[in-house]
Ligand binder design. Structure first.
Ligand code: HEM
Length: 483
């Protein structure tokens, strides 16, 4: 049915004789809705009929992030009167790279009463300026200098696993470890060390005000980090101490605090802005990384041949005398380790709700469809990454597709785990280093075995802000490996 037929089928106009201004207003608004529903240039884009009039909330929990819509209607779906969802890799690139459209107003809802930060800023010039200031803290060279901080937290992680194994071990020496929870503690402590001037000691205490604030945020209870007074006070104190301290520490916080002395006033960040950025790193950099490592373990427990292959690769690399951790240089280019991480991110994209952009001038996309100014485009990177048009056996966890000489070669231009364009992930190298180090440490030091009920429970995923598992817990059996 084309839009004209749909229009005549669903609407019959009757004009009442005596109508007042309010009624005229209502009729005009209805007329506009009908006009946009059927006669907008988006009218020919398929989608559920109701979406021509209404759109659902972006933040509705547990929705499969438009996957079902794309399965049913194709790469292009109308999901609101002036909103479309896209899973076509070329259109995604056009929107996010070629046109480099600004983020949609959804992002300002994530700001709440806080200061704007690199993530939620919409204005392109302001974002460019802020991103430039923050980028120096995420350069490859600077991240390399943070290696000792990563290592000290990873050592605490190993100590904690050893403790829990010892505490829970059974006759076969295997203990039961809630690896999902410990990974959360680990990544929070890493951000604590690098962006807050010291660990939160999550690996020792399992708890901290900032951690509670994040749980509320990612479960949709509370939206803005700093609405939690405890977290707010904690962060303000840290920034104030560092600002007035004569000692410099090699970490991300120092780079932000140092901007306060920049010659050019435009390059200075005040303490509220610094607080907003560090709070952002905590949210953007902890669960994203811990969940990805957690999903890698879940995938490998489900595909034990992959686990065996990874043991074989890691065992070919020797640890330095007396160390339990690798140096980043030793593991950076391990093909299978990197393939496991990529394949995990392909199947478990963190942004499982899609990323929205606002069209600021009319454009033409594939097959001569005009997308008018004002349209919101939901770019479903997570759908493209598992689309059969781009990936053979798309839902199979197969790290081999990323290895050299794989046939067919992977469709790398439909793979965007860290997003793309000017708003791509600033913490990409930071998290890749962390994920490699943690996975290699686990494989080198422990035997890992799945627990069948846990495997079943881990199938239930939760989509809200980031992708996680519904239970918030994933236990495995672990035992230190004989050295
Ligand atoms: C596996 C780990 C990670 C993944 C998969 C990931 C993924 C992403 C994605 C998809 C975006 C785009 C979001 C959007 O446009 O709405 C993003 C943005 C961002 N990420 Fe990450 N991220 C990870 C780790 C980190 C870490 C460790 C940090 C910092 C410590 C970080 C900081 C940021 C920031 C600041 C942005 C906003 C960039 C901008 O708009 O200019 N991320 N990330």
């Amino acid at each position: 049915m084309n839009h004209i037929e749909a229009f005549s089928k669903y609407f019959i106009f009757t004009f009442p004789e005596n109508i007042n201004f309010t009624q005229v207003g209502k009729i005009a608004a209805t007329g506009l809705k009908i006009q946009s529903a059927f006669f907008s240039p988006l009218g020919d884009i398929p989608g559920p009929f109701s979406k021509r009039f209404f759109e659902g909330s972006y933040f509705s929990k547990k929705k499969p992030g438009k996957r079902d819509y794309h399965n049913k209607y194709g790469h292009l779906v109308r999901i609101g009167p002036s909103k479309i969802s896209v899973s076509d890799k070329d259109i995604i690139k056009q929107i996010m790279v070629t046109e480099d459209f600004e983020k949609s107003s959804i992002y300002s809802k994530m700001k709440g009463k806080d200061e704007w930060n690199t993530f939620n800023m919409i204005d392109k010039d302001t974002h460019k300026q802020r991103r430039r200031l923050v980028s120096s803290a995420f350069s490859i060279k600077y991240i390399k200098s943070l290696e000792p901080l990563f290592e000290s937290v990873t050592e605490s992680f190993v100590k904690r696993i050893n403790l829990d194994t010892e505490r829970t071990k059974e006759g076969d020496e295997f203990g039961v470890i809630d690896i999902w929870q410990l990974l959360r503690c680990l990544t929070l402590d890493v951000i604590g060390e690098t962006a807050f001037g010291g660990t939160f000691n999550m690996l020792e205490n399992d708890d901290h005000a900032v951690s509670r604030a994040i749980v509320k945020l990612t479960r949709g209870v509370e939206f803005v980090f700093y609405t939690s007074p405890l977290a707010d006070k904690f962060v303000s104190n840290i920034i104030s101490e560092r600002t007035h301290s004569k000692e410099k520490r090699n970490d991300i916080l120092q780079i932000l605090v140092d901007t306060q002395h920049a010659k050019n006033t435009k390059d200075r960040m005040n303490s509220r802005q610094i607080a907003s950025e560090t709070g952002l790193f905590l949210i953007a950099g902890s669960e994203t990384t811990s969940n990805t490592i957690g999903f890698a373990l879940i995938e490998m427990c489900r595909n034990t041949d992959v686990l065996t292959e990874l043991y074989a690769e890691i065992d070919k690399v020797d640890l330095d005398e007396g160390r339990i951790l690798f140096h980043q240089e030793q593991i950076k280019n391990l093909p299978y380790l990197n393939a496991v991480i990529k394949e995990t991110m392909r199947l478990n994209h963190v942004a499982s709700m899609g990323l929205e952009r606002m069209v600021t001038h009319d454009i033409i996309i594939k097959e001569n469809i005009v997308v008018p100014k004002g349209t919101h485009v939901r770019c479903c990177l997570h759908v493209a990454q598992i689309h059969p048009d781009y990936w053979p056996e798309p839902l199979t966890f197969n790290p081999n597709r990323w290895l050299k000489n794989a046939d067919p070669e992977p469709c790398t231009d439909a793979f965007f785990p860290f997003s793309l364009g000017s708003r791509n992930c600033i913490g990409k190298d930071f998290s890749m280093n962390e994920m490699r180090l943690v996975l290699a440490t686990l494989i080198k030091n422990y035997e890992i075995k799945p627990i069948s009920e846990q495997m079943k429970a881990s199938e239930e995923k939760h989509h809200f802000l980031t992708l996680t598992i519904e239970s918030g817990s994933f236990k495995v059996r672990m035992k230190p490996r004989a050295t």
